[in-house]
Design a protein. Structure first.
Length: 101
């Protein structure tokens, strides 16, 4: 007999990570534009961007593992994965703008 587990999936770190990295990346992008394309901002932004990529990749693999092993929570986990992945096109757009300026 299969036991049904109705406990909600209580993982908030992925949303905090996605929103936090989006906000900080946007602030650094605006700071770069406002500072007349100062290279000093890029010295801060590139290591941050690299660390955000690594941490988001780790969270993506964590959520993928949970998606596979917790089939009853796939909808919630899928939404969190999509939210996490939504930062990629935004960051890529920022990168293209900075490289073309």
């Amino acid at each position: 007999m299969k036991t049904i587990n109705d406990n909600p999936f209580k993982e908030k770190q992925s949303i905090e990570l996605a929103v936090g990295s989006f906000i900080i990346t946007t602030v650094l992008f605006i700071l770069y534009i406002v500072s007349n394309e100062s290279p000093n901002v890029l010295v801060i932004a590139w290591p941050f961007a690299l660390s955000v990529i690594i941490v988001n990749f780790i969270m993506f693999f964590h959520l993928t593992d949970k998606f596979i092993h917790l089939p009853q929570h796939r909808k919630e986990i899928g939404i969190k994965i999509l939210l996490l992945l939504s930062n990629i096109p935004i960051t890529f757009m920022y990168y293209l703008i900075v490289m073309r300026l």
